[in-house]
Design a binder for this molecule. Sequence first.
Ligand code: F6R
Length: 238
Amino acid sequence: MNVLRFDSESAWVQGVSTFWRDRLRTNPHLTICLPTGLTPTPIYADMVRSVRAGQASFAQASIYALDEYGDLAPDDPGRTRNMLLEHLIGHVDLPTDAFRFLDPGIPDIEQQCERYDAAIGHSFDLVLLGIGRNGHLGMNEPGSSADSPTRRVELHDTTIASSARYLKHGNLPRWGITVGLKPILASKEIWLLASGPAKADVIQRTIAGEISEDVPASLLRRHSNCSVFVDAEAGRLL
Ligand code: F6R
């Protein structure tokens, strides 16, 4: 696991987006799996700026949403699909049919998940991940096995409470659908992104603690091409 530390949040944003522009230049057909949450938002803003400035293009790339909440209306701004559209996809040159997402409204979720895994070819070129304070990746909560496929999951209480940061109502989702750890760990390259003081403790456990399903992010240490991008605050305990 490569640890890349940046002195400030803006240097961290620039660091990630510089690598991302490079990957798109090297492989315009990049298949990318993306999270939402507050962490990647400034990076997405910088990629929008890069596309507008002609420094990057998603015209031949494919983007897959990492997860989706259950129980929210299709137009709820807190849905992963809608957040990705709002912060990145609605403003870049990605063709409409090159954005794939999970739909909790489809009754046969198991079949949908099998199709999603098959559509991605069971791995991505590049996966970007945020990290929950309990070490979750996507919605792979503590206890998720390294072998877990894309599937329906029940959310932990702390994850449900954190979802309130994205939602403008008190109707918090209790379950979701997530890309599993198996396709994530099978991917060619993984970037774990963390910024701010609230992530310092879990980043320390991820990098220096035991490799264990109890902290799903620690399983990334078994991957041969995983980089952790931290700003000074998230990397404070390293
Ligand atoms: C959301 C996702 C989650 C978040 C994590 C951190 O698609 O993948 O695992 O990355 O909960 O959320 P923030 O970035 O809001 O602290």
